[in-house]
Design a protein around this ligand. Structure first.
Ligand SMILES: NC(=O)c1ccc[n+]([C@@H]2O[C@H](COP(=O)([O-])OP(=O)(O)OC[C@H]3O[C@@H](n4cnc5c(N)ncnc54)[C@H](O)[C@@H]3O)[C@@H](O)[C@H]2O)c1
Ligand SMILES: [Zn+2]
Ligand SMILES: [Zn+2]
Length: 363
């Protein structure tokens, strides 16, 4: 088969690799029908994630069709369409039993395109299939569910739920990339009073408005703290969600938060940020961190199935899977291409089969 292989910092190629096969009885092998690229893949290519070694197939988001299952797999069978999430759950360790799959100590957690071969490939081995994949409800397209593999549960769990967004809250979201936009979309499930999106890029702020932000602030040109204070009668935001991953934006969140407010950090940080305890100690501010667990995936899937959430607006570009390298170029140059998420589509044969199945479902 072919796959996108990491060759060390700055190097990647779409090349022939051995087909995956069942290794453990709890494995499945899935044909990838749709995949996508994450900002974290770009971090890996910069060499920021040294656990990823040359030769590793990248990618941790996919919708696919099961082609083979191990002897112990009982809940999915060949032919089933499944969402393969960025987080794998062994189902047995202490953290999996608490629904904190991101912290799995039994061989799961974030492993695809990190510790094992990933999902930007024609086929993939999926460990712990019973406890890790989600069947795609009939009638939903790949694109409707693909972004549940990472950005939606990440923004919802690590941003909105950790930040405990409540009806009426002023929610400041710093960073309007796919994660910040997904935070806007899922914060709205909790009926905030006002969503304030903060970014340096005009195009991203325009997207933020499309996704439902009420106020935008270009913090390259405006004083974001002063503007949030003005909006909130001098108190500050109830919730601040950090969706960038640099020291300045974390520190900005701690400055624009009201006394007793909540700062939810989502960004992946590569450098130390200053925690201004000399100012914060007296302000009763809660600060949370986290890796996504994907424990809300079934809930988000029901919202999509019920037409309450439409995540297809994240898809700005589409490429056949075999053009994954070109897709990386477009995704990596988001400032010029205005890319949010690029969809990598499986071979035409797969697409034809899917179209036939969808036509059958519609009757
Ligand atoms: N915690 C988790 O489980 C988890 C999971 C997935 C992604 N992430 C992280 O979330 C972060 C956001 O992901 P993304 O895909 O949206 O990234 P992205 O790079 O596409 O978006 C970041 C946005 O921040 C803006 N920005 C940059 N510097 C800024 C500044 N100083 N002030 C305001 N805005 C600024 C950029 O213009 C951009 O729109 C990344 O750090 C990513 O690695 C975390
Ligand atoms: Zn990701
Ligand atoms: Zn586990």
């Amino acid at each position: 088969m072919k796959a996108l292989v990491y060759g060390g910092p700055g190097r990647r190629s779409w090349e022939s690799v051995p087909d995956p096969s069942i290794v453990e009885p709890t494995d499945a092998v899935v044909r990838v029908d749709s995949s996508t690229i994450c900002g974290t893949d770009l971090h890996i290519l910069k060499g920021d994630v040294p656990e990823v070694t040359p030769g590793r197939i990248l990618g941790h988001e996919a919708v696919g069709t099961v082609v083979e299952v191990g002897a112990a797999v009982t809940t999915v069978a060949p032919g089933d369409r499944v969402l393969v999430s960025c987080i794998t759950s062994c189902g047995r360790c202490r953290f999996c039993k608490e629904g904190r799959y991101g912290l799995c100590t039994g061989g799961g957690g974030w492993i695809f395109g990190h510790l094992i071969d990933g999902l930007q490939a024609e086929f993939a081995r999926v460990p712990f299939a019973d406890t890790s994949v989600y069947r795609v409800p009939r009638g939903l397209s790949d694109e409707q569910v693909l972004f549940l593999a990472d950005i939606l549960p990440t923004a919802y769990e690590v941003g909105v739920l950790n930040g405990r967004v409540e009806p009426g809250d002023t929610v400041a979201i710093v960073g309007a990339g796919p994660i910040g936009l997904a935070a806007i979309m899922t914060a709205k499930l909790h009926t905030p009073g006002r969503i304030v999106a903060i970014d340096l890029a005009e195009a991203r702020l325009e997207k933020a408005v499309e996704f439902g932000a009420d106020v935008t602030i270009d913090n390259g040109r405006e004083d974001a703290v002063a503007k949030v204070m003005e909006l909130t009668g001098g108190l500050g935001a109830d919730v601040a969600i950090e969706a960038v991953g640099v020291p300045e934006t974390f520190e900005l969140c701690t400055e624009l938060i009201r006394p007793g407010g909540r700062v939810a950090n989502v960004g992946v940080h590569g450098h130390p940020a200053t925690l201004h305890l000399e100012k914060l100690w007296i302000r009763d501010v809660v600060i949370t961190t986290g890796l996504v667990d994907t424990s809300t995936t079934p809930k988000l899937l029901r919202l999509i199935e019920g037409g309450r959430l439409d995540s297809t607006q994240f898809a700005t570009h589409r490429f056949p899977l075999e053009q994954t390298e070109e897709a990386y170029d477009v995704f990596g140059a988001a400032a010029e291409t205005h890319a949010l998420k690029v969809v990598l589509e499986g071979t035409p044969v797969h697409r034809e089969l899917l179209a036939r199945e969808e036509a059958f479902v519609r009757g």
